[in-house]
Ligand binder design. Structure first.
Ligand SMILES: C[S@@+](CC[C@H](N)C(=O)[O-])C[C@H]1O[C@@H](n2cnc3c(N)ncnc32)[C@H](O)[C@@H]1O
Length: 458
């Protein structure tokens, strides 16, 4: 036992009530999975915790686990989540991950410190409410369980300042950390969830990682659970979590965000394991040195307007920016001028050979994440152009795939003002208003460097 947890053990260690009881639900799903011949993981401690909860004097019973549709769907999620986060942590502390600290926030009855193999030198911190920590440590001590990693257990209410006790326990914010927030955010109000994620960001050295369940991924399962009286002890504690687009929020707070969807999960864990709305977020804290040394890339684009003033845009997605709408165009080839490059790229992306280019309007710089190179800073020149309103011409599947274009469409000024994804440039709505009112500028306007995410976005 470390000093960090002495007071927790003094608290008695009876089976957790209230929100702590939700950890018994997770243990129930993990115990059932561990008994399957085709199990995705083996957590022998899950059944130990369950037995201890049942026999605890005056303790509550673990969830009964009725075979309701809602429980089955939730249990399938808990199992997939456990397997996925096991893999996440293995990667994060592995040779390519480089994280030397692991923090399990709201660790509950997570037994990863005891059941996973950890490289030498890793330090693992677990935080949860005092009652939960007391129960867990008592049961682990009775089972004579020994962690396979340097383990520190802390009691903390994660709605309050938990950074101070974490640092006092030896956590080093200068070292890269793998953070796990598993099964917690839903129990927090939006402000508390945002404050928690802010604290994580402030304690994250370059190279740190963070894993979360993707919001919206569980919508159907959660709706079913809300309608199921047997799930009420858990669902009545739900507070909603961040309540905003988590991925965009994280991107706006300095993280690169990779989203894992159902197709990828099916490939990894089998189609029968991925049935109802699953998805995860893996975020990564880029190193400032890498950001400052971003390779520069020269690009040019056409602001193609139809006779009614609608603008043609393409949807892209990357880890740094997330979904964003972009004018046709792209990177210049060696020796190519910006206007020639913008026209060539536009023809490749639209099949339109009759676009009429006009004067240069704007120049700007911005950042994004290219799958082939990583973080880049792009310098772009934008020209006015006109064309009739129509769809792209011909089979552009290969060109779309090569350029990472997900879809394309025309936007009226009103539709553009309502777009929730990032626009390139981010000030495009205002720039178009100026253009409509004043006409093209006599000299191109240099917009300078523009961040993708503005304060208050997402
Ligand atoms: C559903 S369990 C998940 C436990 C664990 N992460 C896992 O997946 O096995 C939720 C956990 O959140 C903890 N929790 C909820 N609110 C908390 C708070 N404000 N501070 C600390 N822990 C909290 C509960 O005690 C419980 O252990």
């Amino acid at each position: 036992m470390t000093d960090d947890q002495t007071s927790a053990a003094d608290a008695g260690g009876s089976a957790p009530q209230g929100v702590g009881r939700t950890a018994l639900g997770v243990a129930l799903a993990r115990a059932a999975e561990s008994a399957r011949p085709d199990r995705l993981f083996d957590d022998p401690y899950a059944s130990v915790f369950l037995r201890a909860a049942v026999t605890a004097e005056n303790g509550p019973r673990p969830p009964r686990g009725e075979r309701t549709e809602a429980w089955s769907a939730m249990a399938a999620h808990l199992v997939l989540r456990t397997a996925y986060f096991d893999d996440y942590l293995r990667d994060a502390v592995g040779p390519d991950g480089g994280c030397v600290q692991v923090v399990l926030l709201a660790a509950g009855l997570d037994a990863r410190a005891f059941r996973l193999d950890w490289p030498d030198g890793v330090r693992l911190f677990e935080l949860d409410l005092p009652e939960m920590v007391a129960f867990k440590e008592r049961v682990l001590a009775e089972a004579d369980a020994h962690p396979r990693v340097e383990r520190h257990v802390l009691t903390a209410d994660l709605r309050e300042d938990w950074a101070t006790p974490l640092r006092a326990a030896g956590f080093d914010p200068e070292q890269p950390t793998a953070w796990l927030v598993e099964g917690l955010l839903i129990y927090l109000e939006a402000d508390d969830a945002a404050a928690l994620l802010d604290r994580i960001g402030a304690l994250s050295a370059p190279g740190s990682r963070l894993a979360l369940v993707r919001d919206g991924a569980l919508r159907r399962t959660r709706e079913m659970a809300r309608r199921d009286p047997a799930m009420a002890p858990a669902t009545r504690l739900w507070r909603g979590g961040l309540g905003r687009n988590q991925a965009q929020w994280l991107r706006g707070h300095g993280w690169l965000v990779h989203e894992t969807d159902e197709r990828q999960l099916r490939e990894r864990y089998g189609a029968d394991r991925v049935t109802g709305g699953h998805g995860f977020l893996l975020a990564e804290r880029p190193s400032p040195a890498r950001s400052a040394a971003r390779p520069r890339r020269a690009a040019a684009r056409l602001l193609v307007l139809d006779p009614d003033g609608s603008v043609f845009l393409q949807l892209h997605h990357d880890a740094e920016v997330g979904p964003h709408w972009v004018l046709p165009g792209g990177g210049l080839e060696p020796g190519e001028g910006p206007l020639a490059g913008a026209v060539r790229e536009t023809v490749e992306e639209t099949g339109w050979t009759d676009v009429v280019p006009g004067p240069e309007l704007w120049r700007w710089e911005h950042d994004y994440h290219r799958a082939d190179v990583g973080l880049v800073r792009q310098h772009e020149v934008i020209y006015l152009a006109s064309a009739p309103r129509r769809d792209p011409i011909g089979d552009l599947t290969a060109s779309f795939a090569a350029d990472g274009i997900l879809t394309c469409r025309w936007f009226t000024p009103k539709e553009l003002a309502e777009v929730t994804e990032v626009l390139w440039p981010p000030t495009l709505v205002a720039l178009l208003e100026d253009l409509r009112r004043d006409g093209p500028p006599t000299e191109p306007i240099d917009l300078g460097y523009l961040p993708n995410h503005w304060p208050g976005m997402g």
